[in-house]
Design a protein. Sequence first.
Length: 471
Amino acid sequence: MRVVIVGGGPGGYEAALVAADLGAEVRIVNDEGLGGHCVLWDCVPSKTLLTSAQAFNTLETAPSLGVHFEGMPGQEVPRYEVDLPTIMRRVHNLALAQSEDITKRVLAAGVRVVVGRGRVVGPHTVEVQHTGDGGRPERLEGDAILLATGSDPRRMDTAPTDGEVILSSKDVYRLRKVPEHLVVVGAGATGAEYATAFLRFGAQVTFVVSRDRILPTQDEDAAMVIEEVFERRGLRTLKNARAAKVERVGDRGVVHLEDGRTVEGSHVLLTIGQVPQTTGLGLEEMGVRTNDHGAIIVDGVSRTSVPSIYAAGDVTSKLMLASVAAGQGRTAMWHLLGQAVAPLRWDAVSATIFTDPQIATVGLSEQRAAETGIEVEVDTLPLAGNARAKMSNRTDGFVKLLARPGSGTIAGGAVVASYASDLIAPISAACFNRLTASQLSQAFQIYPSFAGSIQECARRLAVRVQGSYRY
Ligand SMILES: Cc1cc2nc3c(=O)[nH]c(=O)nc-3n(C[C@H](O)[C@H](O)[C@H](O)COP(=O)(O)OP(=O)(O)OC[C@H]3O[C@@H](n4cnc5c(N)ncnc54)[C@H](O)[C@@H]3O)c2cc1C
């Protein structure tokens, strides 16, 4: 089997590794470093930036833990300096190093990496214009093609970015000074993460959100915790505020809201979503069906409307997450190469918003259950009673579990905590494997630990739903 993959993000490179492992001849076409937007612009850079912001957690809590920094005893947060050029250099170097590591793995697996832009010109043919080469395009033939071209930041005609004052998420990494006043437009995960980082770096931050709360698609209780923390740290949120136009006036950015109000800042960051990247791919000519938003339509095993063409990741707009992209890419290759394969488990996907504290969720949410009429029992345990959280002085947050009545099967969960992205793991495993609340509660957890709250919450839920946590 010969496979041609277009796009080198997690959807593409994870598929390449699986296909090569199963003995296929694999070519992967990508127009930038392997790892794609995920590694070079989105997940890895944003989380590296946020790691620098996390240094403030230590500074903030140290005095209350009895550790004072020389020359400034008793001060709540000691004097500090944010060296943004160093932070951005670290972000850049780490992303490149990660991309290089992925390239090494992919090459070691025997995959040919083709640097250029790919376009589908036949059900089995991809034409590649090599980067920096105006010469004749190369044609790559395959038994199957996988499209994993990702997504780009959504743009508004009335809000043109200039990379200096009016920024897209990709432009953030060009900043060399902490903005004096950053206006973040868009209430989703990306906006909340950048707001978290720049608030910590000392910027004044205003969040412009079109709904009546931030993170409108997230667990409501979780979003409330983040709103409270933001407020405590001085972030201003303008709710029910839909941006109509953004313009640069001199060296400042002005956001005009639909209701006539304006907000001005030294910088404006647009985080208004992502759009699938299908420009110039040749989909229409090939008969690859897309939806109204331009996303490629796929089935549970990543097949498109053309039998020899698969698609994975953000370009399918299913759930725009690196783990989902990778899962779709692997599933496509397992299906193509004759492995036993089940459709992706959309009911057990986990995700994290890397605010501070973080919000991690898996499976069914309380809101979704209510909207769809799925019956669930819910238990929520605040971290305020957790010994480890008290020791660390990090008590903002909670553990929430959802179980099906009768069986007690874990249907979903949410964790709001400093390292919720890691803490969600046992709930994710329980949800994926359809364990009961009682089974989850019986697995050993460390004492004292944040994970102890998961166990305790599961125990309470098991008693309520299953009558006991002993079976
Ligand atoms: C700011 C931000 C932070 C995020 N943080 C997280 C996070 O923490 N965790 C998480 O799970 N998700 C996160 N996401 C989402 C995540 O980045 C995406 O879901 C993920 O990158 C999707 O992977 P992909 O393989 O579909 O595409 P991508 O990673 O976008 O890779 C696609 C690649 O294909 C290339 N390409 C496009 N067209 C062509 C062509 N015609 N020929 C050749 N190459 C082409 C692109 O240049 C790109 O390199 C974040 C997104 C944003 C915007």
